[in-house]
Design a protein around this ligand. Structure first.
Ligand code: FAD
Length: 447
């Protein structure tokens, strides 16, 4: 494929080695699918021209955000990669809404809204993911137990369908497309613009790290604080110590200087042992991964293979599955820079039809985030097998994937995952992006 055959566009068309090999890499560093072209669109029209051109010729296209997918989800062998971060910034706050180009990073969204004293209600742990990149998977974080996922905070989307039609959709207009795009793994269209709901931004964040030696006590306290909503943010980590495990409940109260958090009330009746706390600005709390990222980049560990798994467990299965996973996890299985997250969310806050979670009051996000080896493919293959086994086990007990994983999913796995939501997604995909040409790295085929 050469750039001559693409119609003229305002943006750039790249076919050089550097661009093609960069588009064939992602955070996982395990899949390397080399596209035929990379397009850096300068406008929505460019996106539409490329998609129309590709649809007419049966060429696959992948939209790429920040490229932080773990297993080739944003790659396409021989096709066209649309680098969505190239869209010119168009970021406007109006009342309690912000409208942004879909390739904006969440950091850039915050930089736009914080001067107005406003913030998106839910942010991911890492701010350098793009808006569209997280909206196609859900966008979960420590505030999800209050506000749902990032997809629950979307008011309107501009989408270019797989056939190159530019459409605007919302809960009131073209609801079918809206519901098929949010959490829809980029199968029906390319998001070019999103309008997001905002809430008042607090000035400061008080963060407690509460340590437990007992898994049941840790789970009970997480359940309690997520159930009564006393903190603004709750997550948790499982930390290897001396051949065993320690459990860290991470809880944050946001506040403005006039009304500091009531520590005694917040920590009341919790059964932790040791604790630490720190007080930072709201932004510094949200940006807490920045120092760690710089250190991992400096050491080269940021670029290692990442064999990440995110599954939702049922409340009934969480203790059993976590305990048995931890018993089988040592440094070889986790990697020196790997980590494991575990926290519950309230199902009644989740409104996005395509975000599938187990039934019950809570779903537990369980995320063994394994780091692989840059020069031992067999070791990495073993780690992927561990993910496959854990996914099978979780699924057998009513669990679901949170869909950003180093996990070989088949079309059948996806059909089962989406369950009753599948027919609508399959219909929307066949209507808006026929031929399975859009974002094929998700391996979600219909027809
Ligand atoms: C360090 C780190 C921390 C993370 N923390 C969290 C977290 O706290 N919470 C959470 O929910 N997730 C988290 N994730 C996972 C992350 O949300 C997903 O991997 C996300 O899809 C990555 O976004 P991206 O911008 O890098 O997109 P990419 O990897 O570039 O793309 C992801 C998928 O979206 C598609 N896509 C990209 N842009 C568009 C578009 N404009 N229109 C349609 N489809 C598009 C791609 O084709 C691909 O299928 C984390 C990932 C990393 C690496």
């Amino acid at each position: 494929m050469t750039d001559e055959i693409l119609p003229a566009i305002a943006g750039e068309i790249l076919a050089g080695e550097a661009a093609l090999s960069a588009a064939g890499r992602d955070w996982g560093n395990l899949i390397h699918a080399r596209p035929g072209l990379v397009v850096r669109p300068a406008s929505v029209t460019d996106v539409a021209v490329v998609l129309r051109f590709a649809a007419a010729r049966g060429l696959p296209v992948a939209a790429r955000g920040a490229g932080h997918s773990p297993y080739g989800q944003g790659q396409v062998e021989g096709g066209i990669v649309l680098d969505m971060t190239a869209l010119p910034p168009r970021r406007v706050v109006t009342g309690d809404l912000v409208s942004v180009d879909a390739g904006a990073r969440w950091r850039e969204v915050l930089e736009t809204t914080l001067p107005y004293g406003l913030t998106p209600p839910v942010l991911t742990d890492y701010l350098d993911l793009t808006v569209a990149g997280t909206l196609v998977v859900g966008g979960i974080g420590g505030a999800t137990h209050h506000h749902g996922t990032q997809t629950d905070c979307v008011v309107e989307l501009e989408v270019v369908t797989g056939t190159g039609e530019v459409l605007t959709c919302s809960r009131d207009t073209d609801r079918e497309l809206f519901d098929a795009v949010l959490g829809g793994l980029g199968q029906c269209g390319v998001i070019t613009r999103a309008t997001l709901r905002l809430i008042p931004a607090p000035a400061r964040a008080r963060r407690w790290k509460l340590y437990y030696d007992s898994l049941p006590a840790f789970l009970a306290d997480q359940r309690a604080v997520v159930g009564d909503g006393r903190f603004d943010y709750v997550e948790g980590q499982l930390i290897p110590v001396d051949g065993g495990w320690r459990y860290m409940l991470e809880a944050v109260a946001y506040y403005s200087p006039a009304d500091g958090p009531d520590e005694a009330a917040l920590l009341d009746s919790l059964e932790f042992g040791e604790s630490e706390d720190e007080d930072t600005t709201y932004f510094d709390f949200l940006n807490r991964m920045a120092d760690g990222e710089a250190a991992l980049r400096a050491e080269g560990d940021w670029f290692r293979p990442h064999v990440w798994l995110n599954v939702f467990l049922t409340d009934g299965a969480v203790e059993e599955v976590v305990a048995e996973t931890l018993a089988a996890t040592g440094e070889a299985e986790l990697g020196a820079t790997g980590l494991i997250l575990l926290y519950p969310v309230r199902n009644d806050r989740l409104k996005t039809p395509l975000l599938r979670v187990p039934p019950g009051e809570f779903s537990w996000l369980f995320s063994p985030l394994r780091t692989g080896s840059p020069d031992d493919p067999l070791h990495n293959a073993r780690l992927i097998e561990l993910n496959v086994d854990l996914h099978r086990r979780a699924r057998g007990l009513g669990g679901k994937v949170y869909p950003s994983n180093t996990l070989p999913m088949t079309a059948e796995d996806w059909r089962e995952h989406f369950g009753p939501a599948w027919p609508k997604l399959a219909d929307a995909k066949a209507r808006y992006a026929p031929g399975n040409l859009l974002n094929p790295g998700q391996r979600l085929m219909v027809g």
